[in-house]
Design a protein around this ligand. Sequence first.
Ligand code: COA
Length: 173
Amino acid sequence: MFDLIPIAEIAPDRIETLLDAAFGTDRHGRTAYRLRDGVAAIPELSLAAVIGAELVGSIQCWPVTLADDDGARVPMVLVGPIAVSPAHQDVGIGRALTRAAIARAGQGDIAGGDALMLIGDPDYYGRFFGFTAERTGGWRLPGSFEAHRLLALGDAVPDQAGDVRPRISADAA
Ligand SMILES: CC(C)(COP(=O)(O)OP(=O)(O)OC[C@H]1O[C@@H](n2cnc3c(N)ncnc32)[C@H](O)[C@@H]1OP(=O)(O)O)[C@@H](O)C(=O)NCCC(=O)NCCS
């Protein structure tokens, strides 16, 4: 069995090693990484999965904003990366990490916690958690992405067109 703990309890280099194993070392060029340039992960929504002393999974979430074409700013939370070490995949760790972050985000005290977004496989994030691309069609991101993989979840997900970007403090709602 595994436990979920705050990611701050794990040395950052161990998280990086896990992410390399799950996504490959070329992951830093991905569009999702550009969405979190210059911002820190949200501590309450960033978790590690451990089996004893072994790190087997992680999730990190980041403050982003939709700067819409009418000049409004809508706070959102970028979910991920979610990673499970290859030796421990398919036993529910990814689901547990993601469900825990979604539940915490929904508790009401995190800006953007009712407007979650990610770039990922609909067959996973739609099937298990209900993420959809229904409202994301007008969003522009700082890099390339496949439209059907730009997914969102939550009552406050905006459906207007605009730029999704890191949420620096001046943007905080
Ligand atoms: C994707 C990932 C986070 C899922 O975590 P996990 O702990 O392995 O998965 P879970 O145990 O929660 O769920 C397993 C189920 O999800 C399915 N699944 C796993 N990855 C999937 C994917 N990328 N697309 C669709 N389904 C997927 C499995 O087939 C399994 O389905 P089943 O219950 O019908 O057999 C993990 O496998 C991982 O880190 N993979 C490497 C990174 C990656 O490929 N990410 C792609 C998503 S953006």
